[in-house]
Design a protein around this ligand. Structure first.
Ligand code: AMP
Ligand code: ZN
Length: 467
């Protein structure tokens, strides 16, 4: 069965053909770490996770790179305004480094709670300054850049195919006022390198052939993706707001530098909305995962909710919808528990197939541009129908869960029957292990053992067994 994806570049659903036979290069624009991610951002990372899982289930190996934008993203995507991280640092009276690391850590925790598979490579912009300088120099040598009093800019009129995919928005940008354009020659030109202010020091600044300063946001993604995935790679993901400017600029500068196609397939996720507007950090119209958890939801309730809409459709966030997702998830877990009647957790050493029919129906939906809502319906129907009949149910559930990522078996077997006190102890032990306090962690293990539970630490996390 072949995977079809909607490519924003051609505006068509296309058969996915990898550049290398079985290894796919995938790049996901990561977060700008100046605030907690909101559940809208997380919807986009959930869709990228599903895409990666779809590649894996189609037996591709995936090299997945995600960046952390810890410098250079200005308050306007069109490269005016202030550096978002630096601005937040000033507001909180902390250093830009502290702000960036704090929100990076919070972001990774969110991904873990949502069972999003971590990328093969995390790439921080501030760890790749030399690569970015090198790329800017390459563009400079080829005559694509010019200097203003505040930085080095890319001249978009020198790149013939500029904005072939953000074309709808181009008129709007071109119509921008002269004031907003500043010293830029054209409204669409963008900063590759920004100079530090003359009289003040920034927390984050580096020397460069053009003087002290910091890189622009767009150049980060081009240089880091090409470093890890090569000049020409398979798939690039992000939210639809990135099409008009960020991804248009990434294509322009990468292809201007290398002279070859940058990325074959661009896949974009649509917005999560809150009320009438898009959920957004800058708009201060957002909800975080932490808030949902404080309201008594499980992070996986939000994952379930995200699975119920196609990634290219806009989705409205409401607590009512989230409650319905929770009910549906818990009901599914009930079915799983009754499907596998034995109290002991079944041994699933590798995910076996469900019936051939259910498997191909599920894959057909996934491979049709990631139609997860319909795939989820197929999985539910199969699980509900085979409850009490199939000996193979646990294996089937594990197979579906390779895509759904709802931790179905673990949730069905562990969480509901687990006393709250044990859960709390496990969390505390996990925190101790993270800070490498092994002795204290072992003591907690002993306490848990006395309550009748055995802990086993495996590569995929800590497992719990009733003794
Ligand atoms: P940022 O941290 O602002 O760079 O955004 C991180 C990711 O979230 C990007 O891929 C954005 O396109 C995406 N994004 C931003 N707002 C939303 C939203 N309301 N719904 C879905 N994705 C979003
Ligand atoms: Zn990016």
């Amino acid at each position: 069965m072949a995977l079809k994806l909607y490519n924003s570049l051609t505006r068509k659903k296309e058969l996915f053909r990898p550049i290398k036979k079985r290894l796919v290069g995938l790049y996901t624009c990561g977060p700008t770490v100046y605030q907690y991610a909101h559940v809208g951002n997380l919807r986009t990372y959930l869709f990228a996770d599903i895409l990666k899982r779809a590649l894996l289930i189609n037996r591709y190996r995936v090299k997945h790179v995600m960046n952390i934008t810890d410098v250079g993203h200005l308050t306007s995507d069109a490269d005016t305004g202030k550096d978002k991280v630096a601005q937040e640092a000033k507001r909180q009276r902390k250093s830009a480094w502290d702000i960036a690391r704090f929100y990076e850590h919070a972001f990774k925790k969110d991904l873990e709670r949502l069972n999003i598979i971590p990328p093969s490579v995390w790439a921080r912009a501030t760890d790749h300054i030399q690569e970015q300088i090198k790329l800017i120099r390459q563009l400079e040598r080829k005559g694509f850049t010019y200097r203003t009093s505040d930085g080095i800019y890319f001249d978009t009129t020198r790149f013939a195919h500029y904005a072939s995919f953000g074309r709808n928005n181009l008129k709007g940008i071109r119509a921008g006022s002269r004031v907003a354009r500043g010293e830029k020659l054209h409204a669409t030109d963008f900063a590759l390198w920004k100079f530090s202010p003359k009289k003040a020091r920034r927390d984050m600044e580096w020397s460069s052939p053009w003087g002290m300063g910091f890189p622009g946001w767009h150049i980060e993604c081009s240089s880091m993706s090409m470093k890890y995935l090569g000049k020409h790679f398979d798939i690039h993901t992000g939210g639809i707001d990135h099409i008009a400017i960020h991804h248009t600029n990434e294509i322009a500068q990468s292809e201007a530098a290398t002279g070859i196609t940058f990325v074959n397939v661009w896949v974009h996720g649509n917005f999560l909305r809150l009320g009438k507007a898009r959920m957004g950090k800058s708009e201060k119209n957002f909800i975080t995962l932490e808030t949902l958890i404080e309201h008594g939801f499980d992070a996986l309730d939000f994952r379930y909710l995200a699975l119920t809409a196609h990634y290219r459709s806009p989705m409205a966030f409401t607590f009512q919808a989230l409650k319905a997702a929770r009910t549906a998830r818990l009901r599914l877990l009930e079915h799983i528990r009754s499907a596998i009647k034995t109290k002991r957790r079944p041994r699933v050493t590798r995910p076996l197939s469900p019936s051939l029919y259910a498997k191909s129906a599920f894959l057909r939906e996934i491979n049709n541009d990631l139609n997860v809502p319909r795939a989820l319906a197929v999985a539910r129907k199969h699980i509900e129908k085979t409850a009490h009949t199939s000996r193979n149910t646990a294996a089937s559930i594990a197979w579906f869960d390779q895509i759904l990522g709802l931790r179905l078996l673990e949730s069905a077997y562990l969480t509901p029957s687990l006393p709250a006190a044990i859960q709390k102890l496990m969390q505390e032990r996990e925190a101790l292990r993270k800070s490498k306090e092994w002795e204290s962690a072992d003591k907690i293990r002993e306490v848990i053992k006395k309550q009748g539970w055995e802990l086993e630490d495996t590569a995929s996390g800590t497992k719990l067994k009733k003794r």
